[in-house]
Design a protein around this ligand. Structure first.
Ligand code: SIN
Length: 277
């Protein structure tokens, strides 16, 4: 197993080669991958030919399946979701705004895995922002301001019955379920301790953090904008350019991510699994 860490100009991310993920892995290999993943936050394995079962078996080495509300799994596998956009589609890319997956849950997923099946020749990158590095480099004034605050998270903006996906007019090929229950809210500390390592991370994101506990909308908006401006600096961002047959896994507790467009006229398809936190 060969690990290449941190690609200039990025400050995090790692690539692992010389391992065949379609085979059974040993406990030692799994624990090595787990520690590279925790340290580097985003890890990818190029040139992997995986069936649905092999992809799912690899994901399960790292925990139980996560809860995946609002997305229907593919008919062939209960826990794999197809992240897809067809060449005819005019919709915004799914996941096209910075977020961490399902942060509105009581226990958001620890890990998300994507396996690339069809990749367009242009566009369609996935961007990751390290909320861990951003937390380490938070100014003392901003840290003082947010250190005891809790963010209010909800799926309402995208997934409520009056939310973005329920009201968009363009046809979308992804199987998205919207509902009234998406209006529920959940609180998480703004500065959150990673539950496997001891580091701190900024656990807020523009899609699901809809407010701050005990702050009015204007004050919450000002605080959140300052945090996003800080997190979304180039030095905290890793841009992943996809090839087909790549498996990529990220630590959903220490990065935000977003899918970029720019591939109208081409198909894009990735398979996605989440692992419980
Ligand atoms: C997502 O899970 O947010 C989608 C990521 C992507 O399609 O690149």
């Amino acid at each position: 197993m060969k690990v290449t860490k941190k690609f200039e100009p990025y400050s995090f991310g790692a690539m692992i080669e010389n391992i065949d993920l379609s085979a059974d892995l040993t406990a030692d290999q799994i624990s090595q991958i787990r520690s590279v993943w925790i340290d580097n936050q985003v890890v990818f394995f190029p040139n992997q030919k995986l069936t649905n079962e092999q992809f799912a078996r690899f994901a399960r080495y790292f925990g139980d399946y996560g809860e995946d509300p609002y997305l229907r799994a593919m008919p062939e596998h209960n826990h794999i979701v197809e992240v897809k956009r067809s060449k005819e589609e005019k919709t915004s890319p799914f996941g096209g705004t910075w977020h961490s997956d399902w942060s509105f849950l009581n226990k958001p997923p620890a890990m998300t895995l994507l396996y690339s099946k069809i990749i367009p020749p242009v566009g369609g990158d996935t961007l990751f922002a390290s909320t861990k590095d951003a937390c380490t480099e938070l100014s003392s004034a901003l840290r003082e301001q947010v250190k005891n605050l809790s963010g209010i998270h909800s799926a309402m903006l995208p997934y409520a019955d009056n939310g973005f996906y329920a009201t968009e007019s363009e046809e979308r090929s992804m199987d998205i379920v919207t509902s009234k229950e998406a209006r529920a809210t959940q609180r998480h500390p703004v500065i959150k301790k990673h539950n496997e390592s001891n580091f701190e991370t900024l656990f807020v994101n523009p899609v699901y953090t809809v407010g701050i506990d005990n702050k009015d909308d204007i004050e919450a908006g000002t605080i959140l904008s300052s945090l996003y401006e800080h997190i979304l600096q180039d030095r905290f961002i890793y841009r992943h350019k996809w090839d087909e047959d790549t498996l990529l896994m990220w630590d959903n507790r220490s990065v935000m991510h977003m899918a970029e467009g720019g591939y109208d006229g081409y198909d894009r398809l990735l398979h996605r699994i989440t692992i419980a936190g």
